[in-house]
Design a protein around this ligand. Structure first.
Ligand SMILES: Nc1nc2c(ncn2[C@@H]2O[C@H](COP(=O)(O)OP(=O)(O)OP(=O)(O)O)[C@@H](O)[C@H]2O)c(=O)[nH]1
Ligand SMILES: [Mg+2]
Length: 431
């Protein structure tokens, strides 16, 4: 339990009886007893005090470490409220850290993502962002833009002195580099988006193709009922899986067929809906059957028409399935029973979700950051056009200012004063 604010130490002191010595205003954990609202001893644990300026929020902070039973924590929270605290708003500690200048906006957002991480890969990416990876990657871009803004300012200010004019070729080269970096980061966002938000994968196909078996195999547990009876799965089933770091929602569906009772009809309707909403559709074919020309044609067609389709030929542990030609060049042969081809299938799914590119860990995972980068690109392109058309520096300057403003919204640290300092420190205006 954490208390932050001026009164944090005094409120914490009312909930805690030290065993040996009074806790220092800052320093190592003090062992003692936590007490309830009636003053009764409730639990053993530690109290840790952080001074203002030396805590996560930047304010005086008290951390209470009881054993962690929810009822004890609830009682301690009530006792703290009675002593003058109030419950924190969602994310309020991080918000205070931001307001107190301990974090930039992108790092604060990363803390949020780190807390919500569902896969280790997500946690690693969010951790790098919480360490400042976003601002770090944007720093050279900002510096370059600030420099060119400063030079454009000078050109506008001293319009009659030809030597202050922007050198068009060098300017163009610098902005092209800036654009390339923005686009690279945006390209990484393709991966970043699925790393952060996850993906939905629907498993569809004919009855008995082995959809539920594949579902179970990908989950690595016997979640769905599997039988040799057609129409076993009637309702859609959903489970979360970790697809090599990408969190995914896997949906098993009822087999698609026409003759069916009312329950199954509803199942088929839900299956179609799941297919509509999915990021990827695993179309499962039973490879052990004599090739049903209609099925194969439909699979090929589906794969051609809908880029989300992944054609999976199942039951390749059986001779007939192992020997047959694949209906589509990108189709995959698997066996839900033996596990053959499953690793390749996972790699294919991951590759499709991340755009196939072998990217390093993504830097940009947040849609807000991506939109800001897109707007930065738009403004930079405007600056290039103005420059190429030989328009006045005033117009170029306007676009550059817009670009750096957009960029600044990512970390929330754009500050005109800082920019002006830079301008005047770099330029010998008196000359
Ligand atoms: N040999 C072999 N049999 C499999 C494989 N996958 C599934 N089966 C068998 O195929 C039959 C149907 O499997 P299910 O997973 O229930 O098929 P389904 O597509 O979910 O069927 P519905 O729910 O009825 O649409 C079962 O008897 C499974 O044991 C496989 O890879 N190899
Ligand atoms: Mg099934």
């Amino acid at each position: 339990m954490r208390l932050s604010g001026e009164q944090a130490p005094s409120i914490a002191a009312r909930l805690f009886r030290p065993a040996h010595r009074e806790p220092a205003p800052a320093g190592p954990p003090t062992f003692g007893c936590f007490v309830d609202r009636a003053g009764q001893n409730l639990d053993h644990g530690y109290l840790v005090l952080f001074p203002a300026g030396g805590s996560f929020t930047g304010e005086a902070t008290a951390e209470l470490w009881p054993h962690g039973a929810p009822v004890v924590l609830a009682e301690l929270v009530s006792a703290a409220i009675e002593a003058g605290a109030r419950p924190a708003e969602p994310g309020e500690f991080t918000y205070r850290a931001l307001r107190n200048g301990r974090l930039d906006l992108a790092r604060a957002e990363a803390v949020r993502d780190l807390v919500a991480a569902r896969t280790l890969f997500q946690a690693r990416v969010a951790f790098a962002q919480a360490e400042g990876a976003v601002a770090e990657r944007l720093a050279p871009l900002r510096e370059s833009l600030e420099e060119w803004i400063a030079r454009a300012e000078a050109a506008v200010e001293f319009v009659d002195e030809s030597e202050t004019h922007l050198p068009p070729a060098a300017f163009r080269a610098a902005i092209d580099r800036a654009l390339a970096l923005c686009r690279e980061l945006l390209e990484g966002f393709r991966t970043g988006r699925v790393v952060r938000d996850g993906a939905t994968l629907a498993i569809v196909g004919r009855p008995n193709a082995g959809k539920s078996s594949l579902f179970n195999r990908l989950l690595a547990r016997e979640r769905a009922i599997v039988t040799e009876i057609e129409g076993t799965t009637r309702d859609t089933l959903e489970e979360s899986i970790d697809l090599d770091g990408i969190p995914a929602r896997l949906v098993d569906t009822a087999g698609l067929r026409d003759r069916a009772d009312r329950i199954e009809l509803e199942g088929v309707r839900r299956a179609r809906q799941a297919r509509e909403e999915a990021d990827l559709v695993l179309l499962v074919l039973d490879g052990s059957h004599e090739a049903d020309p209609e099925d194969l044609a439909a699979a090929t067609e589906a794969a051609e028409a809908d880029p989300r389709t992944v054609v999976v030929v199942n039951k390749c542990d059986l001779e007939l399935a192992a020997g047959r030609d694949l209906p589509h060049p990108r189709a995959l042969r698997v066996s839900a029973k033996s596990g053959a081809g499953i690793a390749e299938l996972k790699a294919e799914l991951r590759g499709r979700l991340t755009g196939g590119a072998v990217v390093e860990d993504p830097i940009i995972t947040d849609a807000r950051h991506a939109r800001a980068l897109e707007r930065t690109v738009g403004s930079l392109e405007g600056a290039v056009r103005a420059n190429d058309a030989g328009l006045t520096e005033e117009l170029v300057l306007e676009d550059l200012r817009q670009a750096i403003h957009e960029l600044g919204t990512i970390t929330g640290e754009f500050d005109a004063e800082q920019l002006y300092d830079r301008i005047f420190s770099k330029f010998c205006i008196g000359k």
